[in-house]
Design a protein around this ligand. Structure first.
Ligand code: ADP
Ligand code: MG
Length: 323
């Protein structure tokens, strides 16, 4: 049976935590990342298909700083537009570097990044009260936080670290992705053999009004959960989440910490419910894997980007399968 693989790339695939985020650095990281991907493509059969999604946290953060600082000269753009900008930027870097690798390998596979909207529900709990859970932008002092709130009364600003000088950050809703608006065209491209890069940064979050019109909203969708929706669209049977750790762990950060190798759906579900995976990082990855398997996926893998090919072959990472 033909394999359809969905690869979700974490933040470290594009920008390392200790880097400033210059274009040169990001191209260098994308080059390393797409080398791994090209090695996977080399291992595929003719009828296999591949789709890629990626995060955009640091890029959105940096662009928002630029918007803020240049406000008096050029107008600042809202988060949905900034999200679209980063899909363009990262999509460009990934498609160019991947093409260059494929050329070296003499593989004639088309690659295409698309600007992609993801529908969310206006009644999602994240939009109400102070439920918004995703911190964005710079860390602020209490003073700066108060100032920001004064200038932007509708902003939700939360203390996101227990102590230190800068513990405050603007926080935006992180609603659950419902569906991918460009699903049909993505499916057509994938069926035609195109390596599609889509749903970048979790997709541009949009709401639908009573008349069926779509409109962007200031929110951030988790890229692993949105990646799972993308996997459903393209009928993926393998979901490969590449991040900065080799495996998901139970008792994370405790003396009895244990890295997980091959586990069943039931085991993963139990560990998830017991709260072993932190919200906002490993939590949504495991949740996305569980959804993927529930929706008919065959194998979900959480692995280190550096071991992408090994993980794809089943020799590295946390591998979750239904019995
Ligand atoms: P990405 O950019 O790849 O989505 P995240 O930072 O969101 O990366 O998620 C990966 C991080 O999840 C790891 O670096 C680790 O710090 C954190 N993490 C939280 N809980 C766990 C766990 N139970 N096992 C392993 N890593 C965990
Ligand atoms: Mg993440």
């Amino acid at each position: 049976m033909a394999r359809v693989i969905l690869i979700a790339l974490g933040g470290n695939a594009i920008k390392q935590a200790d880097e400033k985020g210059t274009s040169e650095e990001q191209f260098r990281n994308c080059w390393k990342t797409t080398k791994h991907i090209s090695e996977i493509i080399k291992n595929l059969d003719k009828e296999d298909r591949l789709v890629i999604t990626h995060g955009n946290g640091p890029q959105v953060g940096n662009l928002m700083v630029q918007q803020k600082l240049a406000e008096g000269i050029v107008p600042a753009h809202p988060m949905d537009v900034v999200g679209a900008m980063t899909q363009g930027q990262i999509g460009y870097m990934l498609q160019q570097t991947l093409r260059n690798h494929l050329k070296k390998l003499d593989l004639n596979v088309p690659v295409c990044a698309i600007v992609n909207q993801v529908l969310v529900d206006k009644n999602d709990p994240e939009f109400f009260g102070d439920k918004a859970s995703k911190p964005v932008g710079n860390f602020l002092t209490e003073e700066e936080a108060k100032e920001m709130k004064k200038n932007n009364p509708d902003y939700i600003i939360k203390k996101v670290k227990p102590n230190g000088e800068r513990c405050w950050r603007r926080t935006v809703p992180s609603p659950d992705p419902i569906s991918n608006l460009e699903a049909e065209v993505i499916k057509k491209l994938v069926d035609a053999g195109v390596v599609v890069i889509a749903s970048g940064g979790g997709g541009i979050p949009v709401l639908e009004d009573e008349e069926g019109n779509y409109q962007g909203i200031e929110a951030v969708i988790d890229k692993d959960l949105a990646g799972e929706r993308l996997a459903e669209i393209v009928g993926a049977n393998i979901f490969l989440i590449l991040t900065d750790v080799e495996k998901a762990k139970i008792n994370y950060g405790h003396p009895k910490e244990k890295a997980l190798g091959k586990i069943t759906f039931e085991e993963a579900k139990q560990y998830f419910e017991e709260g072993h995976f932190l919200a906002g990082s490993m939590g949504p990855k495991v949740k996305a894997c569980l959804r993927f398997l529930e929706n008919g996926g065959k194998r979900a893998i959480i692995a280190s980007l550096d071991k992408a090919l090994e993980a794809f072959k089943g020799d590295s990472g946390t591998i979750i399968e239904k019995d």
